[in-house]
Design a protein around this ligand. Structure first.
Ligand code: TYM
Length: 329
């Protein structure tokens, strides 16, 4: 290992990855690969806390891995693995459970939201979900975590729990810093008052696997027509389109659209047409790479095996130290 700091992040294999995931997190995942020792995980144990199809689950996990590789996660630089292959994650989760106040978990907004969405299946795993996330991060003594805005509360919990651990068992973990991007909260295309999310439905999300026709259809019908808000700010839908354009498009073109907006000459259809072009061009090489990897799944499996080995090597050392601190060795 070199002297770069450790960065960790994870994604659930709950469906096709979308532009919100990319702009909120993965753009940073890709760009930070030279600066940190990056460890990225497909967190399959998190995603089984809501209803899922066990028959199709391995396919889902593999698809997520392929999307990440196609987007630019480089296994030569970063460790990429599937969470359940490294059993130390659940072991550390249990250890951390013993210092996590139930009241802290009851405050978690994601738990409250998901409980409402899955009334018939509010299980212990869903409640304990944030502690498993804390374990993911601390197992590698990570100091940086790039995520979207919806994960900030879980990162605050991480710092609370690690402080408790250090106070009780002696200094071990360093403070964890959340890395947030400009695309921290990409909104739904069909209802820009909500964040873009797989659970809302197909027309709300732009999937990284959408073909050009679907991209065109979704963007051209994206909600924009709410006019400026009461305090004169851009409406959420227009702001959302501008944000995507800023993060993926040419600076000069974005500047021109901003000028048009301020002079009240902007036609939303023109902004949308330009954004469609930007998105098609951005996704084309990713989709080509996806096809290539899908035809070469043996190589993907090999990448995962190597990633698992590297992750386990670190996890084994750290869990032993943690257990020693806790008086278990
Ligand atoms: P998940 O799988 O929901 O999402 C993966 C990443 O995408 C970000 N994201 C968004 N960013 C901007 N706008 C959106 N509309 C949007 N939707 C999703 C998420 O913030 C996330 O960064 N609990 C995590 C997975 C996890 C994890 C971890 C993350 C498990 N262990 C350890 C970091 C560190 C989750 O549900 O992400």
């Amino acid at each position: 290992m070199n002297d770069k700091k450790i960065l960790f992040s994870g994604v659930q294999p709950t469906g096709d990855l979308h532009l919100g995931n990319y702009l909120g997190a993965f753009q940073n995942w890709v760009n930070l690969q030279d600066k940190y020792n990056c460890i990225y995980s497909v967190v399959d144990l998190h995603a089984i806390t809501i209803n899922y199809d066990p028959e199709k689950y391995q396919e889902r996990v593999l698809k997520t891995v392929i999307d990440l590789l196609a987007m630019g996660i480089d296994p030569q630089k970063s460790i990429l693995f599937v969470q359940s292959q490294v059993p130390e994650h659940t072991e550390l989760c249990w250890l951390l459970n013993t210092i996590t106040p139930v009241s802290e978990l009851q405050r978690m907004t994601q738990f409250k939201d998901k409980s409402k969405q899955n009334i018939a299946n509010v299980n212990m795993g869903l409640f304990d979900y944030p502690v498993l996330q804390v374990a993911d991060i601390l197992l590698y003594k990570s100091e940086f975590v790039p995520v979207g805005a919806d994960q900030v509360q879980h990162l605050e919990l991480t710092n609370d729990i690690l402080k408790k651990f250090n106070n009780k068992f002696g200094e071990y973990f360093s403070k964890v810093e959340t890395i947030i991007s400009k695309g921290e909260r990409i909104m739904s295309l069909a209802d820009p008052s909500k964040k873009m999310s797989k659970s809302l439905g197909e027309n709300h999300c732009l999937s990284l696997r959408d073909d050009p026709d679907t991209i065109r259809k979704k963007i051209m019908s994206a909600i924009t027509d709410q006019g400026p808000t009461e305090n004169g700010e851009m409406s959420a839908g227009v702001d959302n389109l501008f944000k995507m354009m800023e993060l993926l498009g040419d600076e000069e073109i974005v500047k021109k659209f901003h000028q048009d907006y301020h002079q009240q000459t902007l036609k939303y259809s023109e902004l949308k047409i330009a954004l469609v072009e930007v998105l098609i061009n951005f996704l084309k090489p990713i989709q080509e790479k996806i096809l290539e990897l899908e035809n070469n799944s043996d190589e993907v499996v090999k990448i995962l095996e190597q990633g698992t080995e590297k992750a386990r090597a670190i996890a084994r050392v750290n869990i032993r130290e943690i257990k020693e601190k806790m008086g278990l060795v």
